[in-house]
Design a protein around this ligand. Sequence first.
Ligand SMILES: [Fe+2]
Length: 317
Amino acid sequence: MSEQNRVAIIENDNAGILRDTAVSHIGFRVVDVPTNEAFYANVLGLVRQAELPDGGVRLGWGTGHHVVDLIPGEPGLDHFGFEVRDVDGIPGIRGRLVEAGYEVTDLDESYVDFAATPVDAISAINPEGVPVHFHTAVWRQGENSADTGRRPIKFQHTTVGTADVQRMVDFFANAAGFRVTDQLADGRFCWLRSNTDHHTLAIVNVGQPGVLDHYSYDLAEWEDFKTWCDRLTDLGVTVQWGPGRHGPGNNLFVFFDDPAGNHIELSAEMEKFYDGHVEYVARKWHPIPESVNLWGGQLPKWRKTSEGNRGVEEARP
Ligand SMILES: [Fe+2]
């Protein structure tokens, strides 16, 4: 690629402070709450845990912490959250965000949860106006030990769409304390870690601010992809992309949509990072289709790279 297309993503000393922080939950605004609730129950095994004001519903697995909020309204990303197990994690995040000039409020009311201990929770408004929740440890029923043929083993990462990748990195890495693991060399996509997983958050330039690109659940292993692709087909859910393997993260993937059009990924085998043992340098992947899909480079219709694009439709005979 040409030198002028290379963009370095800038991090400061706060990047990498978070070492034990995972994805927690996500909230969407949808027009039709009942249809989406039925989808999440039938396909992902998420059941209603609570009713939210104005006809919204809170969904989770068993008595575990909630995973998805469905909120009636103009379709879009309402908020997303992270579970912080770092020592002094919430005060640290709060202090760094406030110092950098971001708005932070308490979230006490929302976190009357199934946790045995009180949950400290904050909400910070990211640079594109979307609230980001950070809270201390919660109970997550069945995580990593569930019936993987009928429910994923956990909620794994959120990928937000933005109009300005660096502005979002300033919030998540240079203030909150995530760290860039990898980027596309054109600076239009980066993956950030906050524990040993290659990414718990990714940021991609989609030309508009404050949107969800996709979010992802983990399966236990490759064998489960067979079961899930058969299961999705039986349920009348169209597989939109994959199965394949990403370059950044090296994780296996398959994608499908919920009724509101949110892209959902199932993933496994994500690369691990051990910051306590080794100094990593973020890699810059060529912005070509083969980087985001090692198996042939076919892309879904909603994904493009700056150097070439091969849609699934064109690639299939
Ligand atoms: Fe993903």
